[in-house]
Design a protein around this ligand. Structure first.
Ligand code: MG
Length: 382
C-alpha cells in the first residue's frame, strides 16, 4: 500500500497534535509531508524531529532561525511565512489537514484547493468567511473538502449511507457548552476561565469560547450550508448535553439517521485522513448502558444570541458571515484577555452586522477588505 502523504496546516494546535496522534498509530499508512505552525517553534521542532516531514513552515518569520538551526543536518527544508506555506500547497501531499485557527486559514486553504488537493477541513472560519469562494474554488479545481468538524463528519457519514437520496433536513447537535443550564444573569458574569471548561470536548481556546457562546454552532450552521448545499431553514440545531449523537440527517420518509460515538476529535480526524477506511485510534468505545440516557432540548437564543446572529448572517448572505466572523475573532480575543464581558461578544457581533458595508457577491479582495474593516470597527468597540 502506498503511504498517504499528509500536510498539516497548524500542526501544533489541538487538531494538529491529535492528527499526529492518529498518524503515530498508523505509520504503515501515513507519512507526514509538511508541518506548519504560527508561533509554537519548540513544538514544531519536536514534531519535525519525530515525523521527518519534507517541509516545515514557521509562519512567524521571527522564529525562522531557531527552527532552521534546530533542524540542520536533517533532510527537512525549512521555510518562513504564510506566502511560502501557500506556495508549498501544490507540493507532494495527498491530504492537506486545514487546522489553522480563524481567518488566517483562508489563504492556505484556497491554495490547497487550487492545487486540487483533498482538504480535511477543521478550520470552519474559512467556510464562514468565504464559503461561496471556497466551494467554487474546490469545484473549479476538482478538489475535495472532507469535514473534520465532528458534526459535519457525522452528517457526511449519514449521507454516505443515503444511496443518493436527498436529505430533507440536517440536525446539528450541540453540547450547549459549560453555561447550558445557567440563567442569563449568571452567564453574564462568567469569565474566560469558566468558559474554557468545556464539559465534553477537548479543543483549542478559540473554539471552546465559541462553544460557550454557541457562536460555534452558528458557524457550524454556515459550514453545513456550504458543505452540504443546504439552505438555512432546513438546518436545525438541537442541544444534546451528552455529545454522543454527533449529528443527524432526516430523509423524505421521516427516517432519521444519526452517527454516535464517544466525544473524541480523533475519530472525525481519522475518518477524514484515512477516508474511506476506518482505523483504530485508541479511543473509548461507546457504552450506551453506562451513558444510560440521552437528552435533547431546544437551543435558547435568548441566552445564546450568537446563534441567531449566525442565522441572520447566513440569510443575508454576501459578506455578512465574513463580517460576523471578523467581529467574533476580535471579541473572543478580548474576552480571553479579560477585556470584555461574555455578552459583549454577541453585542459586538450584532453591531458589526448592523454597520456592515454590504457586498452581495464578494470577491476575494472584498472578503479581505471586509475582514480588515470589520476587525477595526470591532476593536473600536472594545
Ligand atoms: Mg463541532
Amino acid at each position: 500500500m502506498e503511504k498517504r502523504r499528509i500536510a498539516i496546516l497548524g500542526s501544533t494546535g489541538s487538531i494538529g497534535t491529535q492528527t499526529l496522534d492518529v498518524i503515530r498509530r498508523h505509520r504503515d499508512r501515513f507519512e507526514v509531508s509538511l508541518l506548519s505552525a504560527n508561533n509554537s517553534a519548540d513544538a514544531l521542532i519536536a514534531q519535525a524531529l519525530e515525523f521527518d516531514p519534507a517541509h516545515v513552515v514557521i509562519c512567524n518569520e521571527a522564529y525562522y532561525e531557531k527552527v532552521a538551526s534546530a533542524l540542520q543536518g536533517r533532510d527537512i527544508k525549512v521555510y518562513a511565512g504564510v506566502k511560502s506555506l501557500c506556495e508549498l500547497m501544490s507540493g507532494p501531499s495527498d491530504v492537506v489537514v486545514g487546522a489553522m485557527v480563524g481567518f488566517s486559514g483562508l489563504r492556505p486553504t484556497l491554495a490547497a484547493l487550487e492545487a486540487g488537493k483533498v482538504v480535511a477541513l477543521a478550520n470552519k472560519e474559512t467556510l464562514v468567511a468565504a464559503g461561496a469562494l471556497v466551494t467554487q474554488t474546490m469545484r473549479e479545481h476538482g478538489a475535495v473538502i472532507l469535514p473534520v468538524d465532528s458534526e459535519h463528519s457525522a452528517i457526511f457519514q449519514c449521507l454516505l449511507a443515503a444511496q443518493g437520496n436527498e436529505a430533507r433536513k440536517l440536525i446539528l447537535t450541540a453540547s450547549g457548552g459549560p453555561f447550558r443550564s445557567l440563567p442569563r444573569e449568571e452567564i453574564a458574569r462568567m469569565d474566560a476561565a469558566a468558559a474554557l471548561r468545556h464539559p465534553n470536548w477537548d479543543m483549542g481556546a478559540k473554539v471552546t469560547i465559541d462553544s460557550a457562546t454557541m457562536m460555534n454552532k452558528g458557524f457550524e450552521l454556515i459550514e453545513a450550508h456550504w458543505l452540504f448545499d443546504m439552505e438555512a431553514e432546513r438546518i436545525d440545531v438541537l442541544v444534546h448535553p451528552e455529545s454522543v449523537v454527533h449529528s443527524m440527517v432526516e430523509f423524505a420518509d421521516g427516517a432519521v439517521m444519526a452517527q454516535l460515538g464517544c466525544p473524541d476529535m480523533r475519530e472525525p480526524i481519522a475518518f477524514a485522513i484515512a477516508f474511506p477506511a476506518r482505523l483504530e485510534i485508541g479511543n473509548k468505545t461507546l457504552d450506551l448502558a453506562q451513558v444510560g440516557a440521552l437528552h435533547f432540548e431546544k437551543a435558547d437564543t435568548e441566552r445564546f444570541p450568537c446563534l441567531s446572529l449566525a442565522y441572520a448572517a447566513l440569510e443575508r448572505g454576501g459578506n455578512a458571515c465574513c463580517a460576523l466572523n471578523a467581529a467574533n475573532e476580535v471579541a473572543v480575543d478580548a474576552f480571553l484577555h479579560g477585556r470584555i464581558g461574555f455578552y459583549d461578544i454577541a453585542r459586538i457581533g450584532a453591531a458589526c452586522l448592523d454597520g456592515l458595508d454590504f457586498v452581495a457577491n464578494p470577491s476575494l479582495e472584498d472578503i479581505f477588505d471586509t475582514h480588515a474593516q470589520v476587525s477595526a470597527h470591532a476593536r473600536e468597540m472594545l
